[in-house]
Design a protein around this ligand. Sequence first.
Ligand code: CU
Length: 284
Amino acid sequence: MRTHIAFSIVAVLAVAACSSPPEKRSYPLQGQVLAVTPDHQLATVKHEEIKGFMMAMTMAYKVSDPKLLNGIAPGDLINATLVVEPNGAYLSDVKKVGEAPLEKAADAPSATSGFELLKPGEQVPDADFVDQNGKKRTFSSFKGAPVALTFMYTTCPLPDFCPLMDRNFAAVQETIKSDPTLKNVHLVSISFDPVTDTPAVLKQHATELRADPARWTFLSGDRDTIDQFASRLGLAITRDQANPVSIAHNLRTAIVDAEGRLVKVYTGNEWKPDQLAADLKALK
Ligand SMILES: [Cu+2]
């Protein structure tokens, strides 16, 4: 009889899990604040692993209320609740529990990827992608021209993450159009959300950004291939198991020279289009 009841409960739970995925999930988060934006909308937190959800990571998080960041400063150790909704994530219940000295190189890539980080001067390994026209495209096919490369996905909920990379690349595209010494430069945006970002979605996205197909290519493809390629440049991606379009990630933008060698990697979202254009101009 007991066994029978146990089976029934399992069956009910399984049905519940299938029919109504939770709209909102909450996880305890512990970490150190590395930065707080002046408007108190975002806190960059280096946090520990959230068991069953995401690896240890440094990310800029929105907060449910900017007042939560009053009195919170870089170096503070916090406990918070990470609330994950279908379209994004934010912190609530932020509580300071201590302080610790800030480490240098806070944006160091996660060591959990298992792949060696590429160093400037090294050849970027080739990989197979699919472009916004649904055509197979190897990374090595861009050889012969300098490439500025970034990673994004079209439904990213944080406006200063992937959407900022898109806006920056759109600005760089304008610069390279108007500067004859940059006319060979090619822009490449790689989506790490192949589930949503099909070629058709990327093509529409490119149109919205007024991307010139002769200068700016959008790629996606096999998820593991993308992850492996991206991890060599320091990108860390964590997808929610239950909801693969909910993606936690950091940012990487890179310059690759005409011979396919890595020149420079920009971490985070603070680099400016002018700086990228100047670094492209300095290539010889
Ligand atoms: Cu993003």
